[in-house]
Ligand binder design. Structure first.
Ligand code: FAD
Length: 494
C-alpha cells in the first residue's frame, strides 16, 4: 500500500526536525543528506534548492522558519535571488563569518561552496553579540535551531553553537559545504586556452577531492587569523604585553548556578577595588575579566606577567613572548588553578563547583595566549587576472580584522564585513569596473575598525547588504580608484 499524503508530510517533517535538532557538525550534514535523499532534492541545484525544500516541508513547525527566511530573501538587493545568478564563489573556512557570508551570497543567487578543514565544531569559547547581531540571527530563525538563543538579556553565544546554527541555515539556502577539505592555494587558469579554457580553481587537501575541479570567479578567505590567501599585506597593532587566559567550566544549570551574575567586562580602571582585593587575597593580578554563563561558564581575562611568574604558571621569564608562553614554559596545573581561583573570586565563590569542561583535545578547557599584537589586513579585496579570467579575492572575519577577545568584537565586525563583501560581489556580478569596485570596498573597510555597537545605525530592521543602511556616516568614495591600482593584479604583466 502506498503512503498517504499525511504520512509523507509527517515523515518529511520528522526528517527535517532531525536536521534542525542535530547537535554536531557531522550529525547535521548526515541528517541533511538523509533529508535530501528521501525527498529527492538535488543538492547541486542551488537556484531552486530553497524553494524545493520549502515545498516539501509543509509541517507546521517549519512555517515560522520559512516566514523568516522568505522575509530576508525579499530584500530588494537580492533581486529575487537573481542578482548574482552567474557568480560562482568558493569560501575558505566554516567559522561564523564564512557561513554568514555564504548565506548572503546564496540569497543573492550565487553558487556557493564552503570548504572547512575540520569536521567538528568544538570551541566552547563565547562570543559577545552586539544588538544588531542578535537581531540579524533572530531574523534568520536562530531560535528555531537553538531555543536558548539570547533568552532574556543574554547577549552571547558559544562559537560552536553559532557555527552549528549558521551551517544549518547555509544548507537550507542552498550552500554546498565540504568538511575535512583544506584549502592549500589558488590555482591559475592553464595557459594557452584563453577565456574558453578552464578558469580559477583551488588546490585542496586531500588532493583529488572533486572540489579541486570547481571553477569560480570569487574566492573568500574566512579561515581565521592565519589566512592562507596570498596577496594581502598585514598591518600589526602592537600594544603593551597582553596575556589572555580563557577558561570554560561545566554548567550543570542548577538553581545555584543560575543565580550567579555575569560579568560583562570589568576593567581595572572601572573597578580598582575588585582587582586590588583579588591581588591581595590570591596573588592574581588582572587587567580585566569577563564571565558569560552559556553552555559552559566561560571566563576570559587579561593577566599580568609578574603574577603568572609569581604563581608558577609561567616557569621562566623571557623577553620574547613566544618563548615565554611556549608549552614547555607553562605549568599546566598551575594555570588550571590560576584561572579557577580567578573565576571563583570574580563570582564571589557562588559557583558551586568549578569543574573544567573538556576541549577538543580531551583536556581541561583552559588556554593562555598572547595578544600583544593584533593583525588587520591592509586591504579587504583584490582582483587577479590571468589568461583572460578574472577572480575577485576577498577577506572576511578574523582574516580581515582580528578581534580583541575580551570585547568579543570578532563576530559583530565580522558580520558587517560579510555584508559589505556581499555588496561588493553584487557589484562584481553587475559588471562594475574592478577599480571602482575595489575603491568602494576599501572606502567601506576603513570604517570597520571604528565601528562600535553605539555608532552604527540603530534601525536594525532596515539593515541589508547595502552599507548605507548600516553606517550613518558612510563615504563610499573616500578611497579613489587610482589609489587601488595595486589591487588589480594582472598576471600577464607581472
Ligand atoms: P574562525 O572562527 O577562526 O573560523 C575559521 C575557520 O576556518 C575554522 O573553522 C577553521 O577550521 C577553518 N580553516 C582554517 N584554515 C583553513 C583552510 N586552509 N582550509 C579550510 N578551512 C580552514 N573570540 C572571542 O571574542 N572570544 C574568545 O574567547 C575567542 N576564542 C577563540 C578561540 C579559538 C581557538 C579561536 C580560533 C578563535 C577564538 N576567538 C574568540 C575568535 C572568534 O572565534 C572569531 O572572531 C569568530 O569565530 C569569527 O571568526 P571567523 O569566522 O572569521 O574565523
Amino acid at each position: 500500500m502506498g503512503e498517504t499524503e499525511d504520512e509523507r508530510t509527517s515523515q518529511a517533517g520528522q526528517l527535517f526536525e532531525n536536521f534542525v535538532q542535530a547537535t554536531t557538525c557531522k550529525g547535521t550534514l548526515q541528517a541533511f543528506s538523509i533529508l535530501c535523499r528521501q525527498l529527492e532534492l538535488n543538492l547541486l541545484d542551488h537556484r531552486d534548492f530553497y524553494s524545493s525544500l520549502k515545498a516539501a516541508i509543509t509541517y507546521w513547525k517549519a512555517k515560522g522558519l520559512w516566514g523568516k527566511l522568505d522575509k530576508r530573501a525579499s530584500h530588494k538587493e537580492y533581486s529575487k535571488g537573481k542578482a548574482c545568478a552567474d557568480t560562482r564563489c568558493l569560501i575558505i573556512g566554516g567559522g561564523p563569518c564564512g557561513f554568514r557570508t555564504a548565506i548572503e551570497l546564496a540569497l543573492l543567487g550565487a553558487k556557493v561552496v564552503v570548504i572547512e578543514k575540520r569536521d567538528t565544531f568544538s570551541r566552547n569559547n563565547v562570543l559577545h553579540l552586539w544588538p544588531y547581531t542578535i537581531h540579524d540571527l533572530r531574523n534568520l530563525g536562530a531560535k528555531k535551531f537553538y531555543g536558548k538563543f539570547c533568552a532574556g538579556s543574554i547577549d552571547h553565544i558559544s562559537i560552536r553553537q553559532l557555527q552549528l546554527m549558521l551551517l544549518k541555515i547555509a544548507l537550507i539556502v542552498g550552500v554546498e559545504v565540504h568538511v575535512n577539505v583544506e584549502f592549500v592555494k589558488l590555482l591559475e587558469p592553464p595557459e594557452g586556452q584563453g577565456t574558453d579554457g578552464p578558469g580559477w580553481r583551488a588546490e585542496v587537501r586531500p588532493a583529488g577531492h572533486p572540489i579541486s575541479n570547481y571553477e569560480f570567479d570569487v574566492i573568500i578567505g574566512a579561515d581565521g587569523r592565519r589566512s592562507t590567501l596570498d596577496g594581502f599585506k598585514r598591518k600589526e597593532f602592537r600594544g603593551k604585553l597582553a596575556i589572555a587566559i580563557t577558561a570554560n567550566f561545566v554548567n550543570r544549570n542548577t538553581t545555584a548556578e543560575a543565580k550567579v551574575e555575569e560579568i560583562s567586562g570589568v576593567a581595572f580602571i572601572f573597578n580598582q577595588k575588585f582587582f586590588l582585593e583579588l591581588k591581595e587575597e590570591a596573588g592574581i593580578d588582572l587587567e580585566n575579566i569577563v564571565y558569560y554563563k552559556d553552555n559552559t561558564h566561560y571566563f576570559v581575562m587579561t593577566a599580568k606577567k609578574q603574577s603568572l611568574l609569581d604563581k608558577g604558571v609561567i616557569i621562566n621569564d623571557y623577553i620574547e613572548t613566544e618563548r615565554l608562553l611556549a608549552s614547555d614554559n607553562v605549568n599546566q596545573e598551575a594555570l588550571l588553578s590560576y584561572a579557577r581561583e580567578a573565576a571563583d573570586f570574580a563570582t564571589n565563590y557562588q559557583l558551586p563547583s568549578l569543574d573544567y569542561a573538556i576541549n577538543h583535545y580531551s583536556q581541561p578547557d583552559v588556554a593562555m595566549f598572547d595578544f600583544t599584537c593584533m593583525y588587520a589586513s591592509e586591504n579587504a579585496a583584490l582582483v587577479r587576472e590571468k589568461h583572460g579570467h578574472q577572480v575577485l579575492v576577498a577577506l572576511v572575519g578574523d582574516s580581515l580584522l582580528e578581534p580583541f577577545w575580551p570585547m568579543g568584537t570578532g563576530c559583530a565586525r565580522g558580520f558587517l564585513a560579510a555584508f559589505d563583501t556581499a555588496w561588493m560581489i553584487k557589484g562584481w556580478a553587475q559588471g562594475k569596473e574592478p577599480l571602482d569596485l575595489l575603491s568602494e570596498r576599501e572606502s567601506i573597510y576603513r570604517l570597520l575598525p571604528q565601528t562600535t555597537a553605539e555608532n552604527i545605525s540603530k534601525n536594525f530592521e532596515q539593515y541589508t547588504i547595502d552599507p548605507a543602511t548600516r553606517y550613518p556616516n558612510l563615504n563610499s568614495t573616500c578611497v579613489r580608484p587610482h589609489q587601488v591600482r595595486h589591487l588589480y593584479i594582472n598576471g600577464e604583466q607581472g
